[in-house]
Design a protein around this ligand. Sequence first.
Ligand code: G3P
Length: 234
Amino acid sequence: MCRATDTLRMHLYVDTADLDLIETYARSGVIDGVTTNPSIVAETEYTYHEVVASIAERIDGPVFAQVIADDVSGMVEQGRAYDAWAPDVIVKIPATTAGYEALDRLRGEGIRAGVTVLFSVSQAVLAAKNDATFVAPYVGRLTDAGEDGLQVTRDIQAAFDAYGFDTEVLAASVRNTQQARELYRAGVDALTLPPSVFEASFDHHKTDEGLAGFRDDWGDRGDPLRADASEDQR
Ligand code: G3P
């Protein structure tokens, strides 16, 4: 179930700061927002503020921005600033002891913020106890490390559903469409997909094959909007 910014639907985000891609993806109508992290922003030539403001102009939904500081006061200061950069910003805070304290303070001020770089059910439950807006388990990085990132994410979702937490489970670090499929099957609240996985999500070889057949069969029948068969170009 989805609870972060609206109800009764899942959220699909893209994990990128590529503005051209974001414009294209926004036109598809299927994305609910954009997630960023320091690595993604560092690949651009812009400041974090410029990136967030530019993304916010292009989408109807939240932009997730991650604090860089690792001390409580620094994270709180950055979180407050990020929150003011655009009308719909959600602050990402790392799953550290200082991060949980910063989260508690920001949530106490009504700022939407959640926990990222998160790898366990315990870290997720602690975040929910502090009223995190979301938790972002890193599915791919867990799997790369030989652990079952999908199962950790399912377990977080099950715990949150059992406790009735309002915190959104936002599966991150998704490596391929197979992982996305398993997360959808589990009914995980939200996913953020890198461009490669987002774009691959539209594809199926049988769709290409089917369309080729329809094109062949249509042949030179011409414009399907023509008024009558006499306009046929044959
Ligand atoms: O943005 C957080 C997360 O999605 C990062 O993924 O691919 O760097 O493990 P990745």
